[in-house]
Write a protein that binds this ligand. Structure first.
Ligand code: PBG
Length: 327
């Protein structure tokens, strides 16, 4: 057989396969999201997200210890407040639940990099991501609240803030207020490209943040759109974002590649609750090999161009990287 080019040559043996591997992954790129709530002695499993928990502040250090032990260097906190109101005041309260989490985390683990999700839906009585005017979220009024939330998180110890509300102009509003208070060096990771997605279902159970009426389609993006992702990303770049996030990850990897090609910022992707829960469910039924699916899903995100990866499987992935199973 006259065949000089044989792709199989480079697939012979795991040493060579790893040598020529195109996608490299590292634990330092993983971010683990976790939920904190009021109370003491609370570690309750989230029914729609088996293996994920809501922690009270006194239990948080046990959770963070696992994260640190696994070699994951960064976490993102979501707060579940006891009381909600129309303007989500719990989100920027000095003794708000997420502010307490930052103080505790930085006290116990000063080197753990702590990121704050900046949004209002967990804190508003109506469950929308901003201030309402009638049934519509009022963009410009919401901006001042988002900036206040970001500032209060940074004052409590957040190393980075990540606005997830999808209001127009919020990166600029947050940057301005942080700078005014001297936080010139605190980065903003913008959920710049966030689609209105059914993949957030389990998260809304976990955080009790489902909208009381309507949906989020007047602020989150239509999943039929890809060019609009570039528009959103470039706007946030102009406003001073430091990192651009695409969310969800699975089903949106074409968007990750598109945004990566059209910007020069690091790109994050958030593998959201629904992605986690589907894998857990299919794994527990024995329909798929859970560990193998976790690795393959993660690798596909990095292959698409992700630099940072937010995932509820962060600890597991760190372990698989240590074992050399992926990476
Ligand atoms: C807050 C927020 C949501 C998620 C992250 N930040 C929920 C939403 O937009 O409804 C979803 C995360 C997940 O599903 O894991 N706005």
């Amino acid at each position: 057989m006259d065949m000089s080019i044989r792709p199989r040559r480079l697939r012979k043996g795991s040493v060579l396969r790893k040598m020529v591997r195109e996608t490299r992954m590292d634990k330092s790129s993983l971010i683990y999201p976790l939920f904190v709530k009021e109370g003491t002695g609370v570690k309750e499993e989230i029914p729609t997200m088996p293996g994920q928990y809501r922690y009270s502040i006194d239990q948080l250090s046990f959770a963070l210890e696992e994260v640190v032990k696994a070699g994951v260097g960064s976490v993102m906190f979501f707060g579940i407040p006891d009381h909600k109101d129309a303007c989500g005041s719990g989100a920027y309260a000095e003794d708000g639940i997420v502010q307490k989490a930052f103080r505790e985390a930085k006290k116990q683990f000063p080197d753990l990099y702590c990121i704050g999700d900046v949004c209002m839906c967990e804190y508003t009585s109506h469950g929308h991501c901003g201030i309402l005017k009638g049934d519509y979220v009022d963009n410009d009024r919401t901006l001042e609240y988002l900036a206040k939330i970001a500032l209060s998180q940074v004052q409590a110890g957040a190393d980075m803030v990540a606005p997830s509300d999808m209001m127009d102009g919020r990166v600029a509003a947050i940057r301005e207020l942080l700078d005014e208070h001297g936080y010139l060096e605190t980065p903003i990771m913008s959920y710049a490209v966030k689609y209105a997605s059914a993949f957030y279902g389990p998260f809304r159970d976990a955080a009790g943040s489902a909208p009381a009426f309507g949906d989020r389609k007047s602020y989150q993006m239509d999943y039929h759109n890809r060019r609009e992702a570039v528009k959103e990303a470039l706007l946030d770049v102009e406003e001073g974002a430091d990192i651009i996030m695409v969310k969800p990850a699975m089903s949106y990897l074409d968007v990750v590649s598109e945004v990566k090609e059209n910007t020069v910022l690091p790109i994050a992707a958030y593998s959201v609750s629904g992605e986690y829960s589907m894998i857990k469910a299919a794994g527990s039924l024995g329909y798929v090999d859970e560990a193998a699916i976790i690795c393959e899903t993660a690798a596909s995100a990095y292959r698409a161009g992700v630099d940072l990866y937010l995932t509820y499987f962060a600890k597991e992935l760190a372990g698989f990287m240590d074992e050399g199973r992926i990476g």
